[in-house]
Design a protein around this ligand. Structure first.
Ligand SMILES: Nc1ncnc2c1ncn2[C@@H]1O[C@H](COP(=O)(O)OP(=O)(O)OP(=O)(O)O)[C@@H](O)[C@H]1O
Length: 281
């Protein structure tokens, strides 16, 4: 790994940033620290600015005011190649190149590691093989990427990000298009990379229960600010869900993992007594 984190430097830090599209201001003067070695997940309603924030952390968009730092250094002061060595990002809608095999697509993840003096090495092939294996794509390695199903392609993008082996990984909705079993597989993989390699992960997820299960920290955004920030049990409360999502919900412990499970309540059903009491009564 390239970075040498210390206790006081954040992996990523937004300092008083303003993010806007023309005159549409999404965040103004926002501060947010992302700690080294944690899985942090951004949650919030549609259009609340999660992807915008992630893109700013990935230097895909520049703040119109304030700074974004990586390991204590301003992103602006670093070359594109240096940023690519430190972080990888899976954007929300990556464009699939045509006439590219799955293996070639994933191999692109090794480009930041190469230079004139550092051509393709056996370890690059090993990293690609490991990512194919980890994402269950070995049998599809020679298929054209454009011919994959939505879920298979999503796993190929996740594999591409993983082969980069950067200290920080940003994932915008990595479970889109995936069936539940593959969602679990991808999130388990992301967490194992975090635990085993100490990578810092920042993701955007829509499934609140999975976010709570696989994250160390949740950051809820809405109305141009951070509504709540903390460990999953601190953040996933009925009050926060009401404020952030306009949602009535119960939060109960998952019987298997003990992590918070969000059970949405349909407002139309609120007038009815719970099914349990109906069947008992
Ligand atoms: N490229 C863009 N140009 C103009 N406006 C944009 C652009 N991208 C996002 N927006 C607007 O910025 C706001 C925040 O969008 P963003 O995609 O960050 O939200 P989000 O929380 O990730 O949403 P979702 O959950 O629907 O993916 C929205 O109002 C959106 O319409």
């Amino acid at each position: 790994m390239n970075s040498t984190p210390d206790a006081t430097t954040a992996a990523l830090e937004a300092r008083a940033i303003t993010l806007a599209y023309d005159r549409n201001i999404i965040f103004e003067g926002l501060d947010l620290r992302i700690e080294h070695g944690q899985v942090t997940t951004l949650i919030g309603a549609n259009g609340s600015g999660k992807s915008t924030l992630l893109r700013a952390f990935g230097r895909l968009i520049a703040p119109s005011a304030g700074t974004v730092e990586i390991d204590g250094e301003s992103m602006r002061s670093l070359s594109a190649k240096e940023v690519a060595r430190r972080l990888s990002i899976l954007p929300q809608k990556p464009l699939t190149p045509s006439a590219t095999s799955v293996r070639d697509l994933i191999s692109r993840g090794r480009h930041p590691h190469q230079s004139l003096w550092r051509p393709w090495r056996p370890e690059d092939s090993l990293a690609v093989d490991a990512a194919l294996e980890a994402t269950g794509l070995v049998e599809l390695a020679d298929r054209e990427a454009g011919s994959l199903s939505g879920g298979q392609l999503q796993r190929a993008w996740v594999a591409l990000v993983l082969t980069q082996q950067t200290p920080t990984i940003l994932l915008d909705e990595p479970t889109t298009f995936l069936d539940l079993s593959h969602q679990l597989e991808v999130l388990r993989l992301v967490r194992s990379i975090n635990r085993e390699q100490g990578s810092t992960v920042v993701m955007v997820l829509h499934d609140l229960t999975l976010a709570g299960r696989y994250s160390d920290r949740l950051v809820v955004v809405g109305g141009g600010r951070v509504i709540a920030d903390g460990a999953p049990w601190e953040v996933l409360t009925a009050e926060t869900l009401r404020e952030a999502f306009d949602l009535e919900a119960m939060v109960i412990p998952d019987p298997h993992t003990g992590s918070p499970m969000v059970v949405p309540i349909d407002a139309a059903e609120l007038s009815e007594p719970p099914v349990y009491s109906r069947s008992l009564g």
